[in-house]
Design a protein. Structure first.
Length: 200
């Protein structure tokens, strides 16, 4: 398998954390790709020019982290990251959506910060910041369980992205239970080995 990636992408981190947790990361060849520059190899696999993008051994290109993670869940014999049925499944999928939503809002805000200041952009950034704040408040009220599944890994990756890109706005003081949960989750090898970094 081949994964087009950027080391700063929280969605890439989510995919790699899933692969590590399932013990299949050694089956993946990492291909650096800056999606903003639309390299030919990435475009050939993903016309949206987005990472992560996984090319399977059969040559099927998969993109968007939920799709890739669900595919990885079908590879190997480890316990599934996607619970198969019942309340555990719906909780994990809800948490995945919440974590992805935090990442979506944080990335949108960061992109706006790089542009010249104006009222419309400030309003967009405030809206995205408010979405993250509401999501954090919900997670503080309903702290995730400590079992590694697609939901908890996604939330951990989202919180790690906030640390990476918004370190000047610490989220822990107002969310002590969530902070304790995150500290415990960060002991998992899948998260220790995937801490985000700036592209080389």
């Amino acid at each position: 398998m081949k994964l087009f990636y950027s080391p700063s992408s929280p969605y890439v981190r989510k995919v790699m954390a899933c692969a590590i947790a399932r013990g299949i990361d050694q089956q993946i060849t990492l291909v650096p790709a800056n999606p903003h520059q639309s390299p030919a190899g990435l475009l050939a696999a993903n016309p949206l020019s987005k990472v992560p993008c996984l090319v399977t051994v059969d040559g099927l290109a998969l993109f968007d982290s939920p799709v890739i993670c669900e595919f990885l869940d079908s590879v190997g014999d480890e316990l599934p990251m996607f619970p198969r049925a019942g309340g555990a499944r719906w909780r994990a999928l809800k948490q995945q959506a919440l974590g992805d939503g935090i990442m979506d809002a944080a990335i949108a805000r960061r992109m706006e910060q790089a542009r010249p200041r104006e009222a419309a952009r400030d309003a967009v950034m405030a809206r995205q910041q408010a979405a993250v704040s509401r999501a954090l408040a919900e997670l503080e009220r309903e702290v995730p369980h400590r079992t590694a599944d697609i939901g908890t890994l996604t939330i951990a990756c989202a919180l790690g992205y906030l640390d990476f890109r918004f370190a000047a706005e610490p989220w822990r003081p107002d969310h002590p239970q969530l902070a304790a949960w995150f500290a415990a989750m960060m002991e998992l090898p899948a998260l220790v080995r995937t801490v985000p970094a700036e592209p080389a």
